[in-house]
Design a protein around this ligand. Sequence first.
Ligand code: NAP
Ligand code: F7E
Length: 324
Amino acid sequence: MPKALITGITGQDGSYLAEFLLRQGYDVVGMVRRTSTINFHRLMHIQDKITLVNGDLLDQISLIHILEEHRHDEIYNLAAQSFVQTSWTQPVFTGEVTALGVTRLLDAVRIVNPQIRFYQASSSEMFGKVREVPQKETTPFYPRSPYGVAKVYGHWITVNYRESYNLHAVSGILFNHESPRRGLEFVTRKITHHVAKIKLGLAHELRLGNLDSRRDWGFAGDYVDAMWRMLQRDDPADYVVATGETHSVQDFLEEAFGYVNLDWRDYVVQDPRFMRPAEVDLLVGDASKAGRELGWEPRVTFAELVRMMVDADTKMVEDGGTPM
Ligand code: NAP
Ligand code: F7E
């Protein structure tokens, strides 16, 4: 039975990846950091099938101990301070976790067992002020946020450890991917959660920032499959994972409100608090290399994704449940 470590297992992608690896017959170990309250709500349905261990990307000793004790075949490094807006108010912390955290983990791999295959969660945010459209593996980076800068560091240190120490270390440059498990602060989930509350009479407005920015939005459940495929190849390489379609925040609003027969213009208020000091205006990825070499392609369309999220939030709000 292959054994995998997932850092960031309590997050959106971590929970989908854990489910995916369990289906593939893996022994799944998830690293969780110590918190005063338990935040395993995305994992509750599989908690008895996985092993959770304590560790933190800020503490390299904890990483070394975990790798020594569990002897993994594969590591998926999904842990990060992943919210772009927060990276302007906590730039140093973001750098410690999202940038230097990658080095701590890579170096633990080098020390404990250089045979471990390593996946780094790189991001389309690295393309920032885009140098070409669509963006592919060879497109130069121009990050526009402390988060994007930290991810560029994480990306290149992964390439560097592959080239310096011959590690099987790969970087997946994933474009935005969403789901009913997306954090409530990200724009897609913020919209679908408000749509559900407005429809049920529990909210009356939705305050947002820039409605013109465009993103290539896919479904998280599809994207974790691409992560796994990257580590199954004997020849480590980096891949863009994207749908190839781009939509504005306003398109998302139209689709989500329209689905429940409401007009978004009656509810949305633009609020400068949600504007960013520097914006990524347009992202759209070219995932043809992943299609060719990994046999990967997205399954869920933009409209299906929006509807899946609105349906899940409507059910959750109706049931008075805890957000995933
Ligand atoms: P997420 O929901 O924000 O999850 C982030 C995870 O990282 C959480 O489990 C969090 O733990 C953990 N974490 C944060 N700081 C940590 C630390 N110091 N030590 C250990 N764990 C820590 O993010 P996601 O959307 O699943 O994304 C997964 C990864 O892909 C991230 O690296 C993100 O930057 C990257 N990415 C995401 C997208 C996207 O569209 N979703 C696109 C490209 C790249 P707590 O639960 O304790 O906070
Ligand atoms: O913003 C605009 C905002 O926070 C998307 C992370 O997973 O994907 C994610 O980063 C767009 C931006 O995601 C609001 O200005 C308008 O243009 O949902 P977001 P993101 O910044 O693209 C990348 C690939 C990652 O790697 C990251 O980890 O929506 N926007 N009004 C807003 N955004 C938010 N959050 N809230 C608003 O009220």
